[in-house]
Design a protein around this ligand. Structure first.
Ligand code: APR
Length: 321
């Protein structure tokens, strides 16, 4: 079977880690694109110079020319500014929308059959814009947010309960902003509800709820916590890993059920918007959105998050972006 071709648009922090992970796992040939001259060429040279050590039998090249992404099977987009301390993801809207438009034009022209995974923020708006400009079928345009947010939630639960993070199943739905919705009731450790484990640990329902609330809050603000520590940019190792999990699901047709930013056609009562929901990912991108029952409180939180996405998309349209 010929190797897959993977284009990475944006050769900054996340783009660099993505390149290295793809090469080390030999997921396919990589073309790293950036507008900054010599940056993608330098990063890819650095990475392939470890190919003897890491056993990377794939081609890894850097470019400033969209022509070189021609024929890509998968495109992962990280082009755009990251946050600085004090900024919300939404503050990036105007700058990153302009960047995303040009990226979408480039991908539409040179990789019209690709599946696209978008990481640039504000995520839900950037995915919406990319789909609109390319006109790609909605199932071929997917946003990465839920896999990372859920991994962050799972990490905090594992730390609190003193169990392996591998046994945690926890999902975060909604938009990739401060209104995101960690699903507390469904969070479990190999089937054992996290809420029950906390109640047993503290033998006090009120204290258990406080601990859970704190983990939910930390999850919602987890990106900002990293920004405040780094000061010069935002998280990049974990977003790259999250996108790799999605890329593998698509490249190897794994049919994984993952929380991703997907286009909704009436599911969860939402029509015509990209929002974070559980979906089956395979060779066709988003192959099915999986609905689940939300209690009143969860539904209200989800609707609130959807409204935040809608108002950002409205802003984008109103500003003519
Ligand atoms: N086309 C292609 N690349 C561009 C363009 C453009 N029009 N404009 C900027 N870039 C490149 C920059 O040159 C830079 O190398 O995008 C890259 C972004 O890299 P970083 O600044 O290091 O940001 P990173 O941490 O990788 O995050 C990228 O993902 O998580 C989100 O909020 C984050 O929006 C940000 C994006």
């Amino acid at each position: 079977m010929p190797r897959k071709k993977i284009a990475l648009i944006g050769g900054g922090q996340i783009g660099g880690v993505l390149t290295q992970l793809i090469a080390q796992r030999q997921l396919g040939d990589v073309v790293l694109f950036d507008i900054v001259e010599n940056l993608p060429q330098g990063k890819t040279l650095d990475i392939i110079e470890a190919s003897r050590i890491d056993d990377m039998n794939v081609s890894v090249t850097g470019t400033n020319d969209y022509k070189d992404i021609a024929g890509s099977d998968l495109v992962i987009i990280t082009a755009g500014l990251p946050r600085k301390p004090g900024m919300s993801r939404d503050d990036l809207l105007v700058t990153n929308a302009k960047i995303m438009k040009s990226v979408a034009e480039g991908v539409k022209t040179y990789a019209p059959n690709a599946i696209a995974i978008i990481i640039s923020n504000p995520l839900d708006a950037m995915v919406t814009l990319f789909q609109k400009v390319t006109g790609f079928p909605a199932n071929r345009v997917i946003g990465q947010a839920g896999v990372l947010d859920s991994s962050r939630f799972s990490t905090f639960i594992a730390m609190e309960l003193g169990v392996s993070v591998r046994d945690i199943n926890a999902m975060v739905l909604g938009g990739h902003g401060d209104t995101m919705v960690p699903l507390v009731r469904y969070a479990n450790v190999n089937g054992v509800p996290v809420q029950e484990m906390l109640e047993r640990k503290y033998n006090d329902a009120k204290k258990a709820k406080e601990v859970m609330d704190a983990m939910v809050q930390r999850t919602k603000m987890a990106g900002g916590e990293v920004v405040n520590l780094l000061k010069t940019g935002s998280a990049f190792y974990s977003p790259a890993s999250a996108a790799i999990m999605m890329a593998e699901a698509v490249l190897f047709d794994q049919k994984r059920l993952l929380p991703v930013c997907a286009y909704l056609n009436g599911e969860f009562g939402v029509n015509g918007f990209y929002v974070g929901v559980p979906a089956v990912l395979g060779e066709n991108g988003v192959e099915k959105v999986i609905e689940l029952t939300l209690c009143e409180e969860e539904k209200a939180a989800f609707d609130n998050s959807v409204n935040a996405v809608k108002s950002l998309v409205d802003d984008m349209n109103r500003l003519g972006l």
